[in-house]
Write a protein that binds this ligand. Structure first.
Ligand code: SF4
Ligand code: SF4
Length: 259
């Protein structure tokens, strides 16, 4: 049956800082092409006008942290043909998942003057822990070129072409001298998924893992190397507890260094 009109794109926000949604607005020239190819039907960061679903492609930013959002994500899933999660919050629980390692009730009692008004879940979790997700786009924030690639892939019915290899490969491609080998700077690049262009090592600093774990990361081996560089167990634990602290590979490695 012939399709009537353009495919509908919806962007949804859960617990997050909005930075990944802003990556879409930051596309500038590419945004005009995206806007020409799709009907932006639900995107509060850009417009209050909402076109009713169902939607051909939903981009979901943010993690699930409240009972209300744990229900809302099912409604988003039902309204979406394809659902793609964008950013560290949506794919791994985000920096707010640091609470998962502690008792959230204790935090609430300390932080809020009226804790009884706070309704929250004990953990911050990825969208894929709640509903089926068609594709996860990593990064904190995501890379805008990868975002355009993902949108384009779904519009053309193909698999997105994004790398599963490590940041180290990007260092080699841009000719950056390894900061860990040459300067003894601890770097999470060997276990972190590529996508940023290895920007941090290019400025002589170690990667801190904002794109999350690469495919089959050898975190145990990397921790051993960090140990040779003099990094302590508590610092190793903290290194794996960044924006992707609750991504399984990083979570398990951080727990190995917990006293
Ligand atoms: S600087 Fe980091 S990311 Fe780059 S090659 Fe060395 S270990 Fe890998
Ligand atoms: S922290 Fe790592 S993944 Fe993030 S921008 Fe820097 S090099 Fe890239």
């Amino acid at each position: 049956m012939a399709r009537r009109g353009k495919p509908k794109l919806a962007v949804w926000k859960f617990a997050s800082c909005d930075g990944c949604q802003l990556s879409l607005l930051d596309c500038e020239d590419e945004l005009l092409a995206v806007a020409g190819a799709v009907e932006i039907a639900n995107f509060y960061e850009a417009s209050r006008a909402v076109v009713k679903g169902p939607y051909d492609l939903s981009l979901v930013e943010g993690s699930i942290t409240t009972p209300h959002d744990a229900e809302r994500i099912h409604a988003v899933r039902r309204a979406s043909k394809f659902l793609v999660t964008i950013g560290a919050c949506a794919t791994a629980g985000g920096i707010q998942a640091l609470r998962n390692f502690k008792d959230v009730k204790e935090f609430i009692s300390i932080v809020y003057a009226r804790p009884e008004y706070i309704e929250t879940l004990g953990k911050s979790t990825a969208i894929a822990d709640h509903v089926h997700v068609d594709f996860e786009l990593r990064g904190c924030p995501i890379d805008k070129h990868q975002l355009v690639e993902v949108i384009s892939a779904y519009l053309h019915g193909r698999k997105p072409n994004t790398p599963a290899h490590s940041v180290c490969v990007e260092c080699k491609r841009r000719g950056t001298v390894c900061v860990m080998v040459a300067q003894g700077v601890p770097c999470l690049g060997p276990v972190t998924q590529a996508g940023c262009g290895a920007i941090c090592p290019a400025y002589a600093r170690g990667c801190y893992g904002c794109f999350g774990p690469k495919e089959t990361p050898n975190t145990v081996s990397l921790s051993g190397w960090w140990g040779h560089l003099g990094v302590s167990q508590p610092d190793l634990m903290r290194a794996f507890r960044g924006f992707n602290a609750y991504a399984e590979a990083f979570r398990k490695e951080s727990e190995r260094h917990e006293k």
